[in-house]
Design a binder for this molecule. Structure first.
Ligand SMILES: CC(C)(COP(=O)(O)OP(=O)(O)OC[C@H]1O[C@@H](n2cnc3c(N)ncnc32)[C@H](O)[C@@H]1OP(=O)(O)O)[C@@H](O)C(=O)NCCC(=O)NCCS
Length: 178
């Protein structure tokens, strides 16, 4: 697949301070832009860093795949994860999570490239079924549908927007067997 110009996709083996700061910038930008991605206003750097430090520890335990998109300067502009620590009766499954692209890098195909990389990495890790949830009616919902994910249904009032209003979620899955 052709990457957006100047963008590199990288699967992190470890996360150091540079990655934690860069990923915090992306997460803060997404929440400040109104995305419903687990966090409420006010979004702080402390909350973002604490989240990514937890992800770094989980990555070190081999519980997830963390993918980043970087621009020509090496700045992280987007990210996605595949959670691998699922119950032992679902060894073939992974959960796609925290698909985030900084507002200044959007609508260039970065998320599409991140999702393709997440699917490839999940398959390489032996996962043939991926599941995710996303805000109903969001840009992300169109992304998953366009990339061949199947829509299972919608759960009303599943989560909150950062300002406290309720939002619905849509559950998707994709079989990687074909
Ligand atoms: C959802 C999100 C990840 C999409 O990121 P993105 O990098 O803009 O996604 P893409 O560029 O791959 O696709 C977005 C749109 O740009 C279009 N596009 C892609 N490349 C393009 C290009 N070169 N020129 C013009 N348009 C382009 C795509 O067709 C798509 O169109 P659509 O709006 O009709 O669906 C981003 O909006 C985001 O981070 N949102 C906030 C966080 C969030 O909600 N995450 C989802 C959690 S599940």
């Amino acid at each position: 697949m052709k990457l957006p110009s100047g963008i590199q996709i990288r699967c992190l083996q470890t996360m150091g301070e540079r990655e934690i700061q860069g990923l915090s910038d992306v997460l803060i930008d997404c929440v400040e832009g109104g995305a419903s991605v687990s966090f409420m206003f006010p979004m702080t750097r402390a909350k973002a860093e604490a989240f990514w430090r937890g992800v770094a520890a989980s990555l070190a335990r081999g519980e997830r795949i963390v993918i980043v998109a970087e621009d020509e300067a090496g700045t992280i502009v987007g990210t996605a994860q595949v959670i691998l620590n699922v119950p032992e009766n679902q060894p073939h499954r992974g959960d796609v999570a925290k698909m985030l692209v900084h507002r200044r890098a959007r609508r260039r195909g970065v998320a599409t490239a991140l999702l393709a990389a997440a699917e490839r990495s999940a398959l390489a890790a032996g996962r043939t079924l991926l599941v995710l949830d996303t805000v109903t009616g969001s840009d992300a919902e169109r992304l998953y549908a366009r990339q061949g994910w199947e829509r299972c249904g919608e759960i009303p009032n599943y989560a909150l927007w950062p300002d406290g209003r309720p939002c619905a979620t849509t559950i998707f899955f994709k079989s990687l067997r074909s």
